[in-house]
Write a protein that binds this ligand. Sequence first.
Ligand code: F0G
Length: 477
Amino acid sequence: MFRVPSLEEARVCVASDLAWQQCSRPACGAAYELRSVHQRCERCGALLDVAYDWERTPLPARLGLFDERRAAFRKPLDYSGVWRFRELLPFAELDKVLTVGEGQTQLRCSDGVAAYVGLKPGCLFLQYEGLNPSGSFKDNGMTAAFTHANMVGARYAACASTGNTSASLALFAGVSGLLKAIVFVGSGKIAYGKLSQALDYGAATLQIAGDFDDAMRQVQAVCRQTNLYLMNSLNPFRLEGQKAIMYRVLEGLGWEVPDWIVVPGGNLGNSSAFGKAFAELHHLGLIARIPRVAIINSTGADTLDRLVNGVGVRWNGGNVDDAAIEAFYGQMNAEKRKAHTIASAIEINRPVNLEKALRTLEVTKGVVRAVPDEAILDAKAMVGAHGFGCEPASAASVAGARLLREQGVIGPSDRVVCILTGHLLKDPDATVGYHAYDAEQFRQKFGSCGVAQARHANKPLPVADDIEEILRVIREL
Ligand code: F0G
């Protein structure tokens, strides 16, 4: 039977090494204390996971028992769409949890978008993470990383960002007052909605003269030399929080497992977290099968697609072909190839979670695809027209599902969940540009990303300040 551990019991669990940090490469397997801070494995340089002794952790007998918590909305831990699943990320000292009410998000069946994707009615679901307090899925991870930062007594935190991580970090720092946030963004590289959040929430905002990959390199170096706590998804505690997006998808489906999860791929934190969530649930006997995860790049930032579908790199039980990846990046440097996509959130050529995303592909029998920006913007307009607006990067999931349907990889009756990662208002420029610009402005804004036309544009109608004119225009609608 499901039993909620008391605060005291939970403290005992954590203190008695039920959770720790562990190298993600089984051949190394180095372990580190829960309350320590490491960017990567000190022994081999691979990414770290948060690991648990599940045998000794109190767990629900079935996932449906989590439903009870939804009624207890006045308790902050039960109200949170992350911490109400706390037994599935049992690293936190519960009195150190920092929550801003993240994860009040929705799973919606959309037959309109299903028709666009080529799926039967009732088969396509949108997981709308734009409803989070900072407007993107990042809050799921940030509450977990802030909780760990609180457990280790961090006073300063930093991240590199294409905009949403910085908005989320800034918001959590502002609400909690726990620490001072310093965000690194590529100059001119983030959408205005996101920049305005970082500034308004009071984060020190460093505009690095470079792109996200440059900012990411710098923030790692700075954190190694200082006591800044790194809040990027390299931080394994971020990914523990992001597992909850999958718990809520299952919850939205009445605890049934869908056939596909389709997710945009940028720094590959989400896809990494989703794979871990499903591997753990399956290991614990809480789900009977694992859904397939499709990770969607933009063709302007397609490192994972090229490495998996071109070079043929695989997780291979943890024996990743590092030399092939190094050679790929060497070639990228030689060609001075930079990421360039209208989906600025995923404008990333050196995803830090690459190897964990490869693990997700293995665990979930997943696939990778890259979709052009024109398809992303068209899909975004279709998502908007059916009631849930999203930012461009999010719509990569819908464009990717459509491509996989066309290719016959996804079947017409498969149950498919597309993750809408960020809110429409994050990047109004892209939306207004798509719907409203004249041909010349359109070419200037989108031409360099290979977008030639806006198939689903809903242009504003200019009308004289005259009632007869206004009525004439309305009659013609
Ligand atoms: N969608 C949105 C709206 C994002 O902001 C991001 C990443 C992604 C998708 C990709 O997710 O990195 O887990 O593969 N944004 C990061 C940022 C990089 O800095 O805000 P991922």
